[in-house]
Design a protein around this ligand. Structure first.
Ligand code: SAM
Ligand code: SF4
Length: 337
């Protein structure tokens, strides 16, 4: 491929005319939880030298923002177990042109870190919460303590983020009976909540994905037994549909990679903790940015050039199947959810 020349006005536009304005950056593949849909019980994590350094992540973020990216989500693994993450967020938040710096966390470190994150410039936080029952919560996360996460949610509220959204992955016969309790909790606490269908990312040992599948349509039906949902025009260009809840100020969202096609408006790419640029969550198309970042004469220019070139291989869409074998062999903790 001929090297692209980078100009001041370059944007990340793919072959289908879609502009990439949103990047999800995984800063670690490690985690202090072992959620059954995300990891197997025994995980082998990347050797430390394989993980991008904080300086490399900062440079990469700058390259993205100079190419028109206006939203960065920091994720993982659990991003808040990475040493130095607050300083990294502080650097990224200062990038000229970035409108939104947001983070996805399991909430385990928020009692300690909510205020530092807010002070660093993080605007919004997504917190994963799959159950309000301590035993079910422990079963889903294998090791997580519900009370720690609930205290973390309170710490995040106190820190005053613009928005806090809960994310819940619903599995049949595991936590599908928690749906309305979670909605009621979110509404009472003044939080948005999104329900996520399980995606076939990475081999897991604990359950059959096809058997555990609980569709967004089913979740919505369950919620409508207790709440009135009114379609909302809010969109993120991603796989989420949002509804207002009558009588409350917060939204319920449904993230449905299986049942609703969203690829036409895709505005995002992901970067794994090891610096692999993933151009589609459900396909293997990728570019090794770590190689670019670690070549002798690596510069902002060469990283931008690589990003522009990567647009040639962003695929049109994905094709998730609920087969027993994962279609994508990376775990979500590697991909960065
Ligand atoms: N550790 C953080 C957390 O749990 O929020 C951030 C990383 S986690 C991979 C991001 C999101 O992906 C979480 O909301 C999690 O529930 C979701 N997730 C993980 N594995 C998934 C899967 N196989 N299908 C759907 N969502 C998944
Ligand atoms: Fe960790 Fe988040 Fe994966 Fe759970 S979903 S194991 S908290 S990375």
């Amino acid at each position: 491929m001929e090297a692209a020349l980078v100009t001041q006005t370059d944007k990340l536009i793919d072959k289908f005319g879609r502009q990439v304005t949103y990047v999800r950056l995984s800063v670690t593949d490690r985690c202090d939880f072992r959620c059954v849909y995300c990891m197997s019980e025994e995980m082998t994590f990347l050797p430390r030298e394989e993980v991008l350094t904080l300086e490399e992540i900062s440079l990469l973020s700058q390259a993205f923002v100079e190419l028109g990216v206006n939203k960065i989500r920091i994720t993982g693994g659990e991003p808040l177990v990475r040493n130095g993450v607050v300083g990294l967020l502080d650097n990224i938040a200062k990038l000229d042109g970035l409108d939104e710096l947001v983070i996805t966390t399991n909430g385990s470190q928020l009692v300690k870190l909510a205020q530092p994150l807010k002070d660093a410039g993080v605007r919004r936080v997504n917190i994963s919460l799959d159950s309000l029952d301590p035993e079910k919560f422990k079963k889903v996360t294998r090791v997580g303590e519900l009370s720690t996460v609930l205290a973390g949610i309170q710490a995040a509220k106190k820190a005053g983020f613009e928005k806090i959204k809960l994310n819940a992955v619903i599995l049949k016969n595991r936590n599908d009976d928690e749906i309305n309790r979670l909605v009621q909790y979110a509404m009472d606490e003044g939080l948005d909540i999104s329900f996520i269908e399980e995606m076939p990312l990475g081999a897991i040992s604990e359950h059959s994905r096809a058997e555990a599948y609980y569709s967004s349509d089913q979740i919505k039906q369950d919620i409508e037994q207790q709440f009135e949902l009114l379609a909302s025009s809010k969109t993120t260009g991603g796989p989420a549909r949002y509804y207002e809840v009558a009588g409350y100020d917060n939204l319920v969202g449904f993230i449905s990679p299986h049942s609703h096609n969203f690829c036409d408006t895709c505005n995002r790419v992901r970067v794994t903790a090891s610096g692999l640029l993933l151009l589609c969550l459900g396909q293997e198309h990728s570019m090794d940015l770590k190689r670019v970042l670690r070549q002798g004469d690596a510069s902002l220019y060469s990283v931008k050039q690589a990003l522009i070139e990567s647009m040639e291989i962003k695929p049109k869409g994905h094709d998730f199947k609920l087969s027993e074998q994962p279609v994508i062999f990376r775990h979500m903790s590697v991909t960065g959810g």
